[in-house]
Ligand binder design. Structure first.
Ligand code: LCV
Length: 259
């Protein structure tokens, strides 16, 4: 059975996450379905895509599927891992992708939402950046996505505390475009989608690609890159990393020692 539902109507594509049993955790099979749907919508020349969950959910997505993370001594979030693939698909999709959010957005799902072009949130939406909760090293491009999305101080608070922030705080921090009451969010989001569809698709596709390239135009020396990448290894080679993953699987609080 599929884990998403898709529609394409008047140029507006919708992908609805629908794997309640795992709280829409971004496991490889679910990610593959989203990637395939985006590819299909690209072929059918969708003019905008909406990424959403079912109305009424308490969790939009629980983030990376922790069961799929390696137990240690291997980069858990490498270039070809499903989450990275999904984020590149969203960024490279030739039309705007709107994230419509109800409920909690956790970890890797938060990065997926930040990679979307526009974010419309209900008042009950929350956003949590969780690597420090699990003892996981954050991905470099993921870090950049956040730095481009919000002020550095807010990024630091989210990363260091791993606590969810409210929709209101996310709005003030520029992480989301609008916070809209639950009973209006669908009408609001689809009205915005229709505004986009009414405009020139090539102009929009080119601006999206220009903004993607310009937002990533941070010159860095090879030594600087190696240093940042090498720092991640300190984390995934650590005892704390293995403990974080073990504790999640055993449904208990992790005990960290900083080594
Ligand atoms: C696998 C899950 C998950 C899950 N994976 O329902 O960005 S990083 O670096 O942090 C990256 C590595 C990452 O994204 O890590 C994941 C970050 N996510 C989280 O920390 C959230 C983990 N989940 C939760 O705290 C709770 O599940 C929430 C609050 C989202 C929902 O709570 P609720 O009481 O509604 P359950 O906890 O009972 O979850 C239902 C089922 O989904 C599984 C969970 O193990 C449970 O499985 P079983 O029914 O087999 O017991 N599940 C939830 N999240 N990220 N599996």
């Amino acid at each position: 059975m599929g884990m998403i539902e898709t529609t394409l109507d008047g140029g507006v594509a919708t992908i609805c996450l629908d794997h309640f049993g795992k709280r829409n955790a971004l496991a490889a099979p679910l990610v593959q379905e989203i990637v395939d749907a985006l590819e299909d919508f690209r072929r059918r020349e969708a003019r905008v895509a909406i990424l959403r969950a079912r109305p009424g959910v308490k969790v939009w997505s629980a983030g990376h599927d922790v069961e799929e993370l390696p137990e240690g001594r291997r980069d858990p979030l490498g270039w070809d891992d499903p989450l990275r693939l999904l984020i590149r698909c969203v960024e490279n999709f030739p039309a705007p992708v709107i994230a419509m959010i109800e409920g909690g957005v956790w970890g890797g799902a938060c990065e997926v939402v930040m990679a979307c072009d526009l974010v419309i949130a209900a008042p009950n939406a929350t956003f949590a950046v969780t690597p420090a909760k699990l003892g996981v090293p954050y991905n470099i491009s993921g870090m950049l996505t956040f730095m481009n999305g919000a002020a550095l101080r807010v990024v630091k608070e989210m990363a260091f505390t791993a606590k969810p922030i409210s929709a209101g705080r996310a709005l003030r921090a520029d992480l989301v475009n609008h916070v809209v009451p639950l009973d209006e969010i669908e009408a609001f989001t689809y009205a915005m989608a229709r505004d986009i569809v009414a405009n020139a698709p090539l102009s929009i596709a080119v601006m999206k690609e220009q903004l993607r390239i310009l937002a990533g135009a941070h010159p860095m020396s090879p030594q600087g890159f190696e240093r940042v990448q090498g720092l991640r290894r300190l984390v995934y080679d650590s005892e704390d990393y293995a403990e974080g993953i073990r504790a999640f699987k055993e449904k208990r609080k992790p005990v960290y020692h900083g080594r």
